[in-house]
Design a protein around this ligand. Structure first.
Ligand code: NAD
Length: 289
C-alpha cells in the first residue's frame, strides 16, 4: 500500500463522527490498488462545528472527493455548488465530488438500495412498496425508488419527530414523481400495514428496529402479513439477519439484508469519483468475507 503512494497521489476521504468503524477505507483503497488508480482514502472524524473547515481543507488539498456520514449529511448541503436531483429532494449528501473547486453533492444511499435489489434480481420499476421509516435511510430509499419508477409507496412511521418528515417526503415525491402514489400512515395501525403489504411487491424496514439494542424486535408484529410474493428487505446490516428477515424467511418470503446497500452506495460513489466500476467481487470478499 505505502509503495504506491507518491507525490502525486490524489486524496479522497470520509467525514463524519464516529468513523473509526467504517469499512469505506478498506473498500476504496483495495479498489484503487486493484484498478491501478493513483488515489488514497482516509477517514476523518469531523463533527458538525468543523464541517466548514473540512470543506475548506478538501478544496485546499485538491481532494477528488469526500463521503459524508452522520451527523454531517445535511450540514454539508449548504457548501455545495450543485446538488444531484435526489440530494436536492432529500436535502442530504453522502458523496461530494470536487471538480477543480466546484463541489457537487450526491446521495447514493437510495441508489445503493435499488442496486442491491437489482443484484438480487428485483427491480423497483412499476412496483408497490411498503416502507417502515422516516429517517435518513428511509427518505433516501423512498425518494430513489420513486425516481426509479416505483408505482406506489406506502410509508409507515411511529408518531415521533420523524413523522412530520415522512409527510414532507410524500409531498416531495408527489411533486417530483407525479406518477408515483405516496401515502403516510401511523405504524401503530398494524391492520392498515397488513392491508398495504397485501398488494405490495416489496416491504422494507428502514428504521433502527432490528439493530442493537432493538435486535429482538421487528416492525411487523402480525406475521400473517407476510405473503409468498412479497420481497422483504432490511436496511439494517448489523445483525446480518434481523428478526424481520428471519420471520419473513420462515413465512416463505425472498429476503434481502442491508449489507449489500452499504456496498452498492459505495459502488455508485466510486463511479462518480473515478468514472470506473468498483471491482465488486473483491470488495464483497473484503466487506463480508
Ligand atoms: P434515523 O435516526 O435517521 O431514523 C430512525 C428511524 O427509526 C425513524 O424513522 C424513527 O421513527 C424510527 N424508529 C426509532 N425508534 C423506533 C421504534 N421504536 N419503532 C419504530 N420505528 C422507530 O436513522 P437512519 O440513519 O435512517 O438509520 C436507520 C437504520 O438504517 C440504521 O439501522 C442504520 O444502520 C441503517 N442504515 C443502513 C444503511 C445501509 O447502507 N445499509 C445506510 C444508512 C443507514
Amino acid at each position: 500500500m505505502e509503495k504506491r503512494i507518491t507525490g502525486s497521489t490524489g486524496l479522497l476521504g470520509l467525514i463524519g463522527s464516529p468513523v473509526s468503524h467504517s469499512g469505506s477505507p478498506a473498500m476504496y483503497n483495495y479498489s484503487f490498488q486493484k484498478l491501478g488508480l493513483d488515489y488514497a482514502y482516509l477517514a476523518f472524524d469531523v463533527d458538525i462545528p468543523h464541517v466548514a473547515d473540512a470543506i475548506t481543507a478538501m478544496k485546499t488539498f485538491h481532494m477528488r472527493g469526500c463521503n459524508v456520514t452522520m451527523p454531517c449529511k445535511t450540514e454539508v448541503v449548504k457548501y455545495m455548488d450543485e446538488l444531484s436531483p435526489a440530494a436536492r429532494i432529500i436535502g442530504a449528501v453522502n458523496t461530494i465530488v470536487n471538480d477543480n473547486g466546484r463541489l457537487t453533492g450526491h446521495i447514493t444511499d437510495g441508489t445503493g438500495f435499488v442496486d442491491n435489489l437489482k443484484d438480487h434480481g428485483v427491480d423497483v420499476k412499476g412496483k408497490k412498496l411498503t416502507i417502515a421509516g422516516g429517517g435518513g435511510a428511509a427518505t433516501a430509499v423512498q425518494v430513489q425508488c420513486a425516481l426509479d419508477g416505483a408505482r406506489e409507496i406506502s410509508i409507515f412511521n411511529i408518531k415521533d419527530a420523524f413523522f412530520e418528515r415522512t409527510i414532507e417526503t410524500a409531498k416531495k415525491i408527489k411533486k417530483a414523481c407525479p406518477d408515483c402514489v405516496a401515502n403516510v400512515y401511523d405504524i401503530a395501525d398494524q391492520a392498515k400495514m397488513k392491508e398495504e403489504m397485501a398488494d405490495s411487491d416489496i416491504f422494507v424496514n428502514a428504521t433502527v428496529v432490528g439493530m442493537k439494542p432493538m435486535d429482538g424486535e421487528s416492525v411487523v408484529k402480525d406475521l400473517t402479513a407476510f405473503h409468498k410474493d412479497l420481497v422483504v428487505c432490511d436496511v439494517v446490516y448489523n445483525p446480518k439477519e434481523t428478526k424481520l428477515l428471519r420471520e419473513a424467511k420462515e413465512a416463505g418470503c425472498k429476503c434481502i439484508g442491508g449489507e449489500g446497500m452499504l456496498l452498492w452506495q459505495g459502488v455508485a460513489a466510486f463511479k462518480l469519483y473515478t468514472g470506473a466500476d468498483m471491482p465488486v467481487d473483491g470488495v464483497k470478499e473484503i466487506l463480508f468475507g
